[in-house]
Design a protein around this ligand. Structure first.
Ligand code: CO8
Length: 257
């Protein structure tokens, strides 16, 4: 499929997606949303792809939803169209995803980054939920995911004042996995993705599901879920291969099944 608002490139078992509306600082309009979700869903189902990296430009990962596109929408249109519900499909991805964030990740851009499994931030990254300044609030999970990631105190302040957070604060607060020099961001993200994509895909999917379960349930239920999934891994060829490789002192060759 030919995309107009994103660039896609396959590097080995990694799919690199670059958001590509530079004139609008990668604002997430309807077309970009559809194209991005189509691309990630295809990769999710593709056994040859083991990890997705999503990045933007040096200036902006994404500056939010496209304000110009939604400015004059009515309540009836927003409600009847269940606007933004398409993002549930992104949140339901089972393949691991990495957001490589340089520059602005604001509003929907910050929310998209938080929907990814790992955020790697360039040292110039800026995170924020400034929607309140526009007379709205986060709309694709920001009020929930930001609060879970950094706690109520900071999330409340950010959502109510619109203040942004730099990369150092974002790392300290637990929003991002690591901060790296801007010029090395993409290489680092691709290396990290390669590492993940070199693991067994079904095992990585199950691991992602188990970690995400921590958001959804109690500790007792989460630990029970983890144990059951751990047991299920013994039905995969890759568990046999991974453990045999360790015992035989050689690198594992996973077959992703
Ligand atoms: N939507 C549409 N266009 C945008 C957006 C946006 N979110 N952000 C920037 N642009 C456009 C500007 O209008 C400008 O276009 P033009 O050249 O035609 O005037 C161009 O991008 C460059 O922007 P600036 O001139 O403003 O660049 P600056 O370097 O001066 O400032 C900022 C950069 C600080 C990032 C500034 O552009 C800004 O504040 N942008 C808006 C940030 C914002 O408020 N984001 C939240 C949007 S609302 C939202 O995300 C709701 C989430 C709910 C659902 C999400 C679904 C995806």
């Amino acid at each position: 499929m030919a995309y107009e608002t994103i660039l896609t490139e396959t590097r080995g078992r990694v799919l690199l997606i670059t958001l590509n509306r530079p004139k609008a600082l990668n604002a997430l309009n309807g077309q970009l949303t559809e194209e991005l979700i189509a691309a990630v869903q295809q990769a999710d189902a593709d056994p040859e792809i083991g990890c997705i990296v999503i990045t933007g430009s040096a200036k902006a990962f994404a500056a939010g939803a496209d304000i110009k596109e939604m400015q004059s929408a009515t309540y009836a249109e927003m409600y009847a169209g269940d606007r933004f519900s398409a993002w549930d499909r992104f949140a339901a991805l089972r393949i691991p995803t990495i957001a490589a964030v340089a520059g602005y990740a604001l509003g929907g851009g910050c929310e998209l980054a938080m929907m990814c499994d790992i955020i790697l931030a360039a040292d110039d990254a800026v995170f924020g939920q400034p929607e309140i300044k526009l007379g709205v609030m986060p709309g694709i999970g920001g009020s929930q995911r930001l609060t879970r990631a950094i706690g109520k105190a900071k999330a409340m302040e950010m959502c109510l004042t619109g203040r942004t957070m730099d990369a150092t604060e974002a790392e300290r607060a637990g929003l991002v996995a690591r901060v790296v020099p801007a010029e090395g961001l993409l290489d680092d993200a691709l290396r990290t993705a390669e590492t993940i994509a070199g693991m067994s895909k079904p095992i990585a999917m199950m691991t992602k599901e188990a970690v995400n379960r921590a958001y959804e349930t109690t500790l007792t239920e989460g630990v029970r879920f983890e144990r059951r999934v751990f047991h299920a891994m013994f039905a995969t060829a890759d568990q046999k291969e991974g453990m045999a490789a360790f015992v035989e002192k050689r690198p594992a060759k996973f077959q992703h099944r």
